[in-house]
Design a protein around this ligand. Structure first.
Ligand SMILES: O=C(O)[C@H](O)[C@@H](O)[C@H](O)[C@H](O)COP(=O)(O)O
Ligand code: SF4
Length: 603
């Protein structure tokens, strides 16, 4: 099969459209990048005091002489280690391992800086979730602070979860002249299946099991170091970083603490020492389109309709929701991983993983197979051959030509669905995003009276009082980025799932977000303009009939336009912007842009 067959006309057209739209901004970005690359690392022009501060902290285990001499490649490690995220806990041991591997490859490495990492699972449904999206910007700024020391020839980024990889990418792209390799840590071994966890959650929501039983199920599902095994934003991150050519071939989903994972980590360190291609050259329009294609083909997290535009903008590239929608119409769904199925990410990997996925998409002309990678000699299409262990040696495996479990990972010739299932909805309320890959066909058109709320706690209280046991479109507004930081409303999944399973016609409409792990209930999310920016969502009233039609791509409000316009916008809830650190993020709420431009504070 040709490595670079003819590109699908829609993939080609969308890429050209993005390139044209980005022409000026991308040219300015590349000019800045190439000027910085031509200067070389600033350490060569630093004064003696500046340089001495940079290696003063070295211990006997470090390479003080090498750093003092400044002649060999100096690698900066940006780490998001903490014990709060099971996915990031393995990073605690990485710096020493990476330093040793860089040293063995003829370079020297230091931890350039650490960035914060929030576990959205711990903060889900809690006040902390209102800091979650903005933590992406803090992580980007923290990455820039780390790299601002200016003494590096290359970068190793350690991050897995939701806002962390997007933040590291945005920050690293501000130093786009530096060759950069992302170093994953891998998913935890499979525990209680996600579908069974979801079933017990619904039983608890119905009062049929107690809290002890629920905690037992949750702890059996989330049970070890490593990324949670559902296909949420964290695992979508791993997929798209590999699709963008910033991981090593096949590095995304090897489990933590295994010989393969350790070998891949050492190989990433060796690779960055010799890498000459700057990250800003790899992240071009082709890489961005490849990331969107990978997201669509795997049914990835809706959060990437925010993160990918923000990441692309950091490289001078303008990515729009229409680009997602147009690509979704031609990219088949090839993976069924929870919430889009009952398998988990370990089963995705066992079925053939990224190597099979990339081989299938490249072979069908659905991705830019010639897009650059950190593996340099070859384009992304060659990632169809993953790195694998043979004994203790890490070698390039054979091309993964067949899926080992077509019920989990299917070929383009027999996809799970003909298209990617990510849609943009338009109508009198503005625009919204909906992911249908996890919504059964019978639930993809919902028309019902609205029940309007200003926070998710009120929805849960109304559910407990039995007020939602009917056909209903639940509207939760004032959840946008300017309102309260655009939290995920994933705690609504169990009660809305109960209503759906009872046979009611149910949907959610919100200017907030859902989790990448959300799925079965049709949800029109990221409604733009948000209510807090005067959007018409603020004029919807209880009883208004809403029609969410994911097939036609419409979100209709069956109220006369004149009447809607004559209504006052509802008052925002009393300012909850304080407590839990939220008072520190007012500057972000005031500066943040719209969801369809990535909900970024960076302009
Ligand atoms: O976007 C995501 O994938 C979510 O933010 C995810 O990282 C978060 O942790 C969920 O809350 C986990 O799912 P549960 O809340 O169902 O455990
Ligand atoms: S996937 Fe979500 S819940 Fe799991 S560790 Fe990452 S942020 Fe936390």
């Amino acid at each position: 099969m040709s490595l670079h067959p003819v590109l699908h006309p829609v993939v080609d057209a969308v890429t050209r459209r993005i390139r044209e739209r980005s022409r000026t901004s991308r040219a300015a970005y590349l000019e800045r990048l190439r000027a910085a690359a031509a200067q070389g690392p600033r350490r060569r022009s630093l004064g003696c005091a500046n340089r001495a501060h940079g290696f003063a902290g070295c211990t006997a285990a470090d390479d003080k002489a090498a750093l003092r001499d400044g002649a060999i490649p100096a690698i900066g490690i940006v780490t998001s280690y903490n014990d709060m995220l099971s996915a990031h806990q393995p990073y605690g041991a990485y710096p020493e391992r990476l330093k040793a591997a860089v040293r063995a490859a003829g370079g020297v490495a230091q931890v350039a800086g650490g960035v914060p990492a929030m576990c959205d699972g711990v903060t889900q449904g809690e006040p902390g979730m209102e800091l979650s999206l903005f933590s992406r910007e803090v992580i980007a700024m923290g990455t820039a602070v780390a790299l601002s020391h200016g003494t590096f020839d290359g970068v190793l980024c350690l991050g897995v979860c939701d806002k962390i990889v997007p933040g590291l990418l945005i920050g690293a792209l501000s130093f786009g002249h530096l060759p950069t390799v992302f170093v994953p840590a891998g998913p935890m071994p499979s525990g209680l299946p996600n579908k069974e966890k979801g079933r017990i959650r619904q039983l608890y929501a119905e009062g049929k099991v107690d809290k002890d039983a629920l905690l037992e199920a949750e702890a059996a599902s989330y049970h070890a170091p490593g990324t949670c095994t559902f296909y949420g934003t964290a695992n979508s991150n791993q997929m798209l970083v590999e699709m963008m050519g910033l991981h090593l071939p096949g590095a995304s989903f090897a489990n933590p603490g295994t010989p393969l994972r350790d070998a891949l980590t050492d190989a990433a360190a060796r690779r960055v020492v010799g890498l000459r291609t700057p990250i800003g050259e790899i992240v071009d329009e082709r890489a961005v389109v490849n990331a969107v294609v990978g997201l669509l083909a795997t049914g990835g997290s809706t959060n990437h309709t925010l993160h990918l535009p923000a990441i692309a903008a950091a490289a001078g590239i303008a990515l729009s929701w229409e680009d997602f929608a147009d690509l979704s119409a031609v990219v088949p769904l090839l993976a069924r991983v929870y919430p889009n199925g009952s398998a988990d990410v370990n089963q995705f990997e066992a079925a053939g993983g990224m190597a099979f996925l990339i081989g299938e998409l490249a072979g069908a002309g659905l991705l830019h197979g010639d897009a650059a990678t950190v593996w340099e000699e070859e384009g992304i299409a060659a990632y169809r051959r993953p790195l694998r262990l043979e004994g203790e040696a890490l070698v390039r495996g054979e091309e993964v030509r067949e899926s080992r479990d077509p019920a989990v990972l299917a070929p383009v010739s027999a996809p799970m669905a003909a298209e990617g299932g990510l849609r943009v909805l338009t109508g009198p309320l503005g625009r919204a995003v909906v992911k249908v890959s996890a919504v059964k066909p019978d639930h993809r058109v919902i028309e019902a009276p609205a029940r309007v709320f200003a926070d998710q706690e009120s929805v849960q209280a109304a559910f407990r009082r039995g007020e939602l046991h009917r056909d209903v479109v639940v509207v939760v507004r004032f959840q946008g980025p300017k309102a309260n930081g655009m939290p995920e409303l994933h705690k609504l999944t169990p009660p809305l799932g109960v209503l759906q399973d009872l046979g009611y016609r149910v949907a959610l409409v919100t200017d907030g977000r859902m989790s990448g792990a959300s799925g079965k209930v049709p949800a029109a999310i990221h409604v733009t303009p948000e209510a807090a920016a005067g959007g018409p969502l603020g004029r919807v009233r209880d009883g208004d009939v809403l029609r969410l039609d994911t097939e036609r791509g419409t979100l209709e409000l069956l109220v006369e336009a004149a009447e809607l316009d004559a209504r006052p916008v509802a008052d925002a809830p009393a300012d909850a912007g304080a407590g839990c650190g939220r008072e520190l993020f007012g500057v972000f709420r005031r500066a943040v842009g719209s969801a369809d431009s990535g909900a970024s504070v960076f302009g």
